[in-house]
Design a protein around this ligand. Structure first.
Ligand code: PBG
Length: 323
């Protein structure tokens, strides 16, 4: 039975009907805001390529986190910018490092807000790579040791969940073993399981001061041309003990999100990365796109592709929309 009995326009006739039959919904609890924490006091260092975002010292970070909690966000994910960088990324696993101090402050001052940490080394190394560089490339197994130590130090500081983003082989297993043997059997791991070597991380590297000083990340992050490999990456991370998985970036990789959703029955996140944010902001600043409608449509598309939650620099603004 087709036209004229079937008229799909009938259910599009009014906002009340459209709202009733809407398949994809957004809620503040699905949004996680990335935050950049830096040393000092009363610091708010704007990130020029990411309007509205800044490196925050811990006092300002706490204030920002209070707003996130009031808005009902799903949580925040922290990126630390240390006082000093070195070859060994020692700031990443220093029990008194910037991220560890920030976690302690947030857990004390903003109880009830979910705090996730990005576990990686690129903000902490002089060369900006995500691990120990040996012979011009990142040495996988030495890096695992650093990652495990960093995750345990975050857990000791009280973090709710750790999210390794380095793309070393075996990192989820190494972190799980480290956490378990330190007594943190209940600290979950959100794995950046399918993370691509993407140009869309450009603005983030200004924000986190983590641009590689030589070469690029293509020997550890995934080739944007590969989809089947993403499924292998995710399967391995789950075998190693990941509790939740993530696809990153989001909008250029909606097919990967959908494939992951269809293949795995675990909570699935997607990271709408800095370049996706900056691109939309730039178009809106030029008057080429309506900002709020673009945010809404982009987040809806990521959810529709299958993501349960979204790491997004629009988290606060989107949480204030009538969703
Ligand atoms: C750290 C890390 C990066 C991002 C998240 N964690 C940068 C990178 O891999 O170069 C990117 C996030 C963004 O662009 O918003 N490895």
């Amino acid at each position: 039975m087709a036209f004229p009995a079937q008229r799909l326009r009938r259910l599009r006739a009014s906002e009340s009907l459209r709202r009733l039959v809407r398949e994809t919904r957004l809620a503040p609890s699905q949004f996680i805001l990335p935050l950049f924490v830096c040393p000092g006091e009363r610091v708010r260092k704007e990130i020029s390529s990411m309007p509205g975002h800044a490196q925050l010292s811990i006092d300002n970070l706490v204030r920002e986190a209070e707003v996130c909690k009031k808005l009902g966000l799903g949580g925040v994910i922290l990126f630390g910018i240390p006082e000093q960088k070195d070859e060994m990324a020692s700031g990443a696993y220093d029990p008194d490092g910037i991220t560890q101090r920030a976690i302690r402050a947030l857990k004390k001052e903003v109880p009830g807000l979910l705090v996730i940490t990005d576990v990686c080394n690129c903000e902490y190394t002089t060369h900006g790579h995500c691990g120990f560089v040996k012979g011009g490339d990142v040495d996988n197994d030495t890096t695992l040791e650093w990652l495990s130590r960093a995750a345990v130090s975050h857990a000791r500081a009280g973090v709710d969940m750790v999210a390794p983003s380095d793309m070393m082989d075996g990192r989820v297993g190494a972190i799980r073993r480290g956490l378990d043997s330190a007594g943190f059997t209940n600290t979950p791991i959100l794995s950046y399981a399918a993370k691509y070597a993407s140009v869309f991380y450009g603005p983030f590297r200004e924000a986190a001061e983590s641009a590689p000083q030589f070469g690029d990340r293509r020997s550890y992050q995934m080739d944007p041309a590969n989809a089947r490999e993403a499924i292998r990456e995710i399967a391995l991370d789950l075998e190693e003990g990941a509790d939740m998985i993530m696809v990153k970036p989001a909008m250029p990789y909606l097919d990967i999100i959908r494939e992951a959703r269809n293949t795995f029955d675990v909570p699935l996140g997607a990271y709408q990365v800095s370049g996706e944010f900056s691109m939309i902001m730039a178009a809106a600043a030029n008057g080429w796109l309506d900002l709020d409608r673009t945010i809404l449509e982009s987040l809806t598309s990521i959810r529709r592709a299958g993501a349960d939650f979204i790491l997004t620099y629009f988290a606060k603004r989107a949480a204030e929309f009538p969703l």
